[in-house]
Write a protein that binds this ligand. Structure first.
Ligand code: UT7
Length: 328
């Protein structure tokens, strides 16, 4: 059975604590001018010491349920995209389902870094369209501050925390128009958290050498990001015989304003159609796209039948885009 899928509700949550460029300049040798011109970032939201990723995800999930006018009992399965799970295992989705009041329902995580939301949207939409589930809650949630080294100026200015949730439900109208995903694991060191897994298990030495934090070759990531964003957006649109001219909104992963601007230029999209909130949240990995979507939805900007393209890239390396038709 192949049926349609739509987004029934969107919700997001970001912790209250703010880390500004000025705050960062007090921690490392940096300044507001460098951060603003090189990244577009001004502020990030940072989880409290006692807040883990599931706490952010649960709040976003509650808000998505409220927006959809549904209760948690209406959800058949829970999927969390994250690289900052509460624990290496069990899956954070299990904790989220339990926290929302749905113990016993299927729950699993997707780990594909900043591409998590677009991969998750493809997988969860497939589960709904194939008739396996009627409603799936998909949440992109991250507490990147917990794995950020606040002594490394090349990474600590970039990352923030937050969560965004969507509820996917079976529908007569199919809103999933196309998807293009990819990954290349030939050089994982370009963007990774070296220690704490099975290759470099946690030890006093890995901690001493700061190997539990995010490590990134920023320039290498930058180089591949723009072309992959452009190619995957065009391929996802082409699956539905659409072009960038048909797009009402492009919602890109918020990693760097310069990357977003270049992709906008190559795709020849009107910058007014490109959703940017990087100044407020920094890079929140798999949470960045649903955070931006929730803002757009809350602002009443999405109209029936608007074509929206979600596009991301990140650790793996990985990339992907989904073309979507908005249906309220
Ligand atoms: O979610 C996906 C994950 N990541 C990304 O998408 C990141 C992609 N890459 C980037 O966004 C950019 O490469 C960065 C923002 C990370 C860096 O910008 P850049 O223009 O590539 O700078 P750079 O690394 O070439 O560094 C230029 C200079 C260097 O100084 P020298 O060697 O020219 O003297 C750095 O040491 O800027 C210096 N620098 C800083 N200066 C002030 C690096 N970080 C900082 C800083 N404040 N925070």
């Amino acid at each position: 059975m192949v049926r349609g899928v739509r987004i029934a509700g969107v919700g997001s949550y970001a912790p209250d604590r703010i880390l500004s460029n000025e705050d960062l300049a007090r921690l490392v040798d940096t300044n507001d001018e460098w951060i603003t011109t090189r990244t577009g970032m001004k502020r990030r939201h940072i989880a409290a010491a006692d807040q883990a990723t599931s706490d952010l995800a649960i709040e976003a999930g509650r808000r998505a349920l409220a927006r959809a006018g549904l209760s948690v009992g209406d959800i058949d399965a829970f999927v969390v995209a994250t690289v900052t799970p509460d624990y290496p295992f069990p899956a954070t989705a299990c904790l989220v389902a339990n926290g929302l009041g749905a113990p016993g329902k299927p729950a699993f995580d997707i780990s594909i870094a900043c591409s998590g939301f677009v991969y998750g949207l493809t997988v969860a939409s497939g589960l709904v369209r194939s008739g396996v589930f009627s409603r799936v809650m998909l949440i992109g949630a991250e507490s990147l501050s917990k794995i950020t080294n606040y002594r490394d100026r090349s990474t600590c200015v970039l990352f923030g925390d937050g969560a965004g949730a969507v509820i996917l439900e079976a529908s007569e109208r199919n809103c999933f128009l196309g998807s293009s995903l990819g990954a290349d694991g030939s050089n994982p060191e370009v963007l990774f958290q070296p220690a704490g897994g099975s290759r470099y298990p946690a030890s006093a030495q890995t901690v001493e050498n700061s190997r539990h934090y995010i490590h990134m070759a920023g320039k290498e990531v930058f180089k591949f990001a723009v072309s992959k964003m452009v190619d995957s957006s065009l391929t996802a649109l082409a699956e539905a015989n659409l072009t960038p001219d048909d797009m009402a909104y492009l919602i890109p992963h918020q990693a760097n304003l310069r990357i977003i601007d270049s992709a906008t230029k190559y795709l020849k999209v009107d910058p007014e159609k490109v959703v940017v909130n990087i100044q407020e949240y920094g890079n929140t990995s798999s949470a960045s796209i649903p955070l931006a979507l929730a803002e757009l939805d809350a602002g009443g900007k999405l109209k029936q039948d608007d074509v929206v393209v979600f596009v991301a890239f990140g650790g793996g390396l990985s990339w992907g885009a989904v073309a979507w038709r908005w249906s309220a």
